[in-house]
Structure formats: C-alpha cells, structure tokens
Design a protein around this ligand. Structure first.
Ligand code: ADE
Length: 307
C-alpha cells in the first residue's frame, strides 16, 4: 500500500481547533494514488508532545488522551457510512500524528444555526433524519458516540446537494471492547447535551453511558435545530446540570407540534423510556415528525434548500 507523508500535501487554512491540535485543510500535490479518493482532506493534527504531557496528568484530569487518539483512529477505520466522516490514511512526523479525514466544505450545524437561527421545518426534518441514520448505524455496530452536538455535525456538498456527516469519535465507546459487566462510565460529553444518567441523577442506575445517552443528546439537537437555541440554558454549568436532572425545559411559542412530541418522547429522564430505546430504530423512523421521510438512501436524495 502506498504510504503518504506530510510532504505529499499542500497545507491550507485551519478548519478548526480540536482539543489536541488543529484540523487543517490539505490537498494532495500529485494526483491521488487511489481513484476513489477526494483531492481535499480535513487533516487532524495531534501533537505528540501535548499527548504525552496530558498523559502525565491523567490522574488529575481523568482523560486518557492516548486512548482517545487510538479510539478515534480505530473506530473511523472500521466504520463506513455515508453519514460518518471517513478516515483515508494516517501518517506521522517526529512531532505530530495526522489523520486525513473527508473534508466537509459547508461548516458545521452549530455555525449554520448561529448564522440562520432555526431551520425551516422541511430542511430540519431532512438533516435530522440523516443524523438519526448516523446514530442507527453506529448503534447497530455497537458504538456509542457520547458527544453528539451541533459542532460535531458537519455539512458538505456532494452530487445530490448538501449532506450531513458526524465527526469526532475521540470519546466514542466501542461497546465490544467492554469486558464482562463493565460499563462505559466516564462523563466525556459536552455540558449542554449531557444526559441525566451521566450526571448520576438515578443512584440505582449509576453513572454510565448507554445507546440512549446519544438519543438524549440528539433530542437536544432536534430542539436546537427547530428553535434556534438549545433546550437547557443556564448561567453556569452547575445550574444547567440541575435543569437537566429535573428535565426543566420548555418550548418557545410556535415550535413545530410534531417536533415537540418527538423531543418530549426522546427527552425522558429514564434511558429505557426514551423513544427508540433498546435500539428500536423503527420507533423513531415511524414518528409522525418523520412522516414525509423516505429513509432509504437519504444521502442520494436531493435535500430541501436551507434558507
Ligand atoms: N472540522 C473538523 N473536521 C472537519 C472536516 N472533516 N471537514 C471540515 N471541517 C472540519
């Protein structure tokens, strides 16, 4: 197999700042060795020095950064879905690790919502169906994402129009790697989208991530997409967690009615009571909010325009 090195790429603008380095746009200088490869990539750079430094303070941070880097690489290598970014190759220099990932040229859902506010319902419905398709695929493959949020939902143009891809698998959990009786416990997600079980609201249940934790976070994304702001908002993280634990949110006037029932049925404190719990994807697919959606090959369908 042809191995690529950093010198094979022309480096462009910075696309984002990850926790351990930048994501940079990169173009292959010579024609690609593989005919089905794109010419542009989003290359995630991971600083070896930073990883080692973080590793030395793991006892304080609770973050195993080295493991997260490997998890992202391993999961992206084994997953293959139109709704998930692809990892094409990895390479290293003495200072850094590089992951060449599919470049999504239309930014992320957070930027889009910040710029346009709530999406028009047909566009929202289409992109949310793509988001749930990504989750169904992950959960069918025994992976919990654990950090579903608009910033990790990327948009990119393809032949049929702008489509969605989920990214950032650093904190995802490959359930198949859990030993007998072990659970995906650490709270790794982002404050606004964290599920009550990860805050330990139910002492009997304990703090652990389950497939349904992704459904809670996805419900917050549904709300955000239809309202233009997230469901749980507060001055401090502490107050936000209090609201999450007590399911204290309300809908703004004019919120789409079927969207409302979808959010309500997903934002249930008990994971097993959430719509689609137990990986019953058809409960979500058959929800009235998605009535107009044909779930087959969404990525090949022409999406409604985003206004
Ligand atoms: N930012 C982070 N990952 C990206 C990607 N794959 N495409 C575009 N921007 C990104």
């Amino acid at each position: 197999m042809t191995r690529l090195v950093a010198g094979d790429f022309e480096w462009g603008r910075v696309l984002g700042e990850g926790s351990y380095g930048e994501v940079v746009l990169a173009r292959l200088k010579d024609p690609s060795p593989f005919p089905d490869w794109p010419t542009e990539f989003a290359v995630k750079k991971l600083s070896k020095r930073f990883i080692l430094k973080e590793q030395s303070i793991m006892h304080r941070t609770g973050r195993d950064v080295q493991k997260q880097c490997f998890t992202e690489k391993n999961l992206l290598s084994k997953l293959s879905s139109p709704f998930i970014v692809s990892l094409f190759t990895t390479f290293t220099t003495t200072e850094e690790l590089f992951y060449a990932i599919s470049y999504q040229d239309q930014g992320d859902l957070r930027e889009l919502l910040n710029e346009k506010g709530a999406l028009e319902v047909n566009a929202a419905r289409f992109y949310l169906a793509e988001l749930f398709s990504a989750l169904f695929y992950l959960h069918d493959n025994l992976v919990i994402h654990r950090d579903i949020k608009p910033e990790n939902i990327l948009l990119g143009k393809s032949e049929s129009g702008v489509h969605l891809k989920l990214c950032d698998f650093a904190t995802a959990k490959d359930v198949t790697t859990l030993k007998d009786g072990e659970r995906a416990s650490t709270f790794v997600g982002s404050a606004e989208y964290v599920s009550p079980e990860l805050l330990g609201y139910d002492e009997e249940v304990g703090k652990y991530a389950v497939y349904e934790s992704d459904l809670w976070a996805a419900a917050s994304v549904v709300y955000f997409t239809l309202a233009g702001l997230p469901p749980f908002r507060a001055e401090s993280e502490y107050l936000m967690y209090r609201k999450i634990e007590t399911n204290d949110y309300s809908f703004p006037e004019g919120f789409h009615e079927e969207g409302k029932t979808l959010v309500k049925e997903l934002l249930q404190l008990k994971p097993c009571e959430r719509l689609g719990a137990g990986r019953n994807h058809s409960d979500i697919k058959n929800h009235p909010f998605f009535k107009e959606i044909n779930w087959t090959d969404l990525h090949k369908q022409e999406p409604p325009t985003i206004r």
